[in-house]
Design a binder for this molecule. Structure first.
Ligand code: S3P
Length: 444
């Protein structure tokens, strides 16, 4: 039984935080370091459970991953020493991706182009995540994949092959994980691999492949197009990982919604394909100052400062949802504290995350007193800006074992009257191990 956490109403929020290393970038840094032959260092990477799942799978394939020193606030330095993907050893057991969809999907792409047999599995939540979206393109490239429930759900068996065929993949759902799986498989392909998306999803894989000597170009021709020269060698490279903007999002919402708040977030990633949450909150009237920093990191980083703001409702369309996919739960809380009615349309992908986040957010926020309605895959949230504590009253809330729901409801607890009890706060460690320590610091 997980132990519950109690979050009390905070009279004020103040402080400077460094959120954990970016989860998406850390997964990719580990994977690319393991593909390359030689040594790569990863500074300030995420020490969340998800990235540790990726590290665990790579270790099982014969890659040496050494942690340097103790983790600090969800950030850890690691050295990766790899014999190169061609000399990975076939694992004698099922590869455990834990709760991590990114581990499962990105590594499926890599394994599709690696001549060995591997089985990827994970926890109960991961076993409900769709895999047909990666099986289809990877099979077209020539790999053999099988999955449970008529090839729709993990466990997933991948029988890799090299070389693979180059393909053009048109995304049916906006997904950086699928795009990345195809590109990573494409490292073993003969010819030019192309991915076409209707929404530009996070582009860390493209940037990081380029940084490691792989020819990748991106352009727009009505679609967002990514082209990669197959058969390329990935060079080892050191990486400094910026703070995770998806983790920062909880504090941006807390700071903007709380009537007496000023929070500063240091060294946060400012990648344009990740910062839609800042634009959405600004559209709502949030006072967020972003100051870019000059660093040696390959991704842009900066400091964010958020202050108490009068939030107002906005319209959120399917493109916004895709660009801020991981931040929508927190955005829904901001909407509950805004003036007017926010509509979020075309959010079906939220049902395919660590939990059904449409149901989870609607039930959790409603139990706290927010006015949330669900129709199909759309959410309508009636904000209660003028009402004391936004009409939110502490109660027992179900987090469905989902880290982003746990953190959203914890922030709601800071805004709500009284005490909010979360059934499974431990899930926050999936992406933000120090979340509750940071919560105490800013609300003390
Ligand atoms: C991720 C892509 C997104 C996101 C996930 C991380 C990535 O998933 O929700 O947390 O690192 O590529 P989808 O590709 O399924 O949208």
């Amino acid at each position: 039984m997980p132990s519950p956490a109690v979050v009390r109403h905070a009279a004020r929020l103040r402080g400077t935080l460094r959120v954990p290393g970016d989860k998406s970038i850390t997964h990719r840094a580990l994977i690319l370091a393991a593909i390359a032959e030689g040594e790569s260092r990863i500074w300030d990477g995420s020490d969340g459970l998800d990235c540790n799942s990726t590290a665990g799978v790579l270790s099982a394939l014969g890659v040496e991953i050494v942690r340097l020193g103790a983790a600090d606030g969800g950030r850890v330095d690691r050295i990766v020493r790899s014999p190169g993907r061609a000399r990975w050893r076939a694992a004698d057991d099922v590869l455990d991706a834990g709760n991590s969809g990114t581990t499962l999907r990105l590594l499926s792409g890599v394994l599709a182009g690696t001549p060995m047999r591997a089985v990827l599995d994970g926890d109960d939540s991961l076993r409900r995540r769709p895999v047909a979206r990666i099986i289809e393109p990877l099979r077209r490239m020539g790999a053999t994949l099988h999955a449970r429930a008529a090839d729709t759900l993990p466990p997933l068996t991948v029988i890799g092959r090299s070389p693979l065929e180059a393909i053009v993949h048109r995304s049916t759902v906006p997904s950086a994980q699928v795009k990345s799986a195809v590109l990573l498989a494409g490292l073993s392909a003969r010819g030019t691999v192309e991915v076409r998306e209707t929404v530009a999803t996070r582009d860390h894989t493209e940037r990081m492949l380029r940084d490691r000597g792989v020819g990748v170009t991106s352009f727009e021709d009505g679609d967002w197009v990514i082209r990669m020269e197959g058969g390329a060698t990935v060079q080892p490279r050191d990486e400094r990982v910026p703070g995770d903007v998806s983790a920062a999002a909880f504090w941006l919402v807390a700071g903007a919604a709380h009537p007496d708040a000023e929070l500063t977030l240091e060294c946060v990633g400012l990648n344009p394909t990740r910062r839609a949450i800042v634009e959405l909150l600004r559209r709502m009237g949030a006072d967020i100052l972003v100051e870019p920093l000059a660093t040696d990191a390959s991704e842009p980083v900066g400091t964010m400062t958020v202050r108490s703001s009068q939030l107002r409702a906005i319209e959120v369309d399917a493109g916004d949802v895709a660009r801020a996919i991981d931040e929508i739960p927190a955005l829904c809380l901001a909407a509950a504290c805004a003036e007017g009615t926010t509509r979020i349309r075309g959010a079906s992908e939220l049902r395919n995350k660590e939990s059904d986040r449409i149901a989870g957010i609607a039930n959790g926020l409603s139990s706290l007193g927010a006015r949330v309605a669900v129709e199909g895959d759309d959410l309508t949230i009636e904000g209660r800006a003028g009402v004391r504590d936004f009409g939110l009253a502490g109660t027992a809330v179900r987090t469905l074992g989902d880290h982003r729901l746990a953190m959203t409801f914890a922030v709601a607890g800071l805004l709500a009257d009284g005490e909010t009890t979360l059934d499974d706060p431990g899930s926050a460690a999936v992406s933000y191990p120090g979340f509750f320590t940071d919560l105490e610091r800013v609300s003390a």
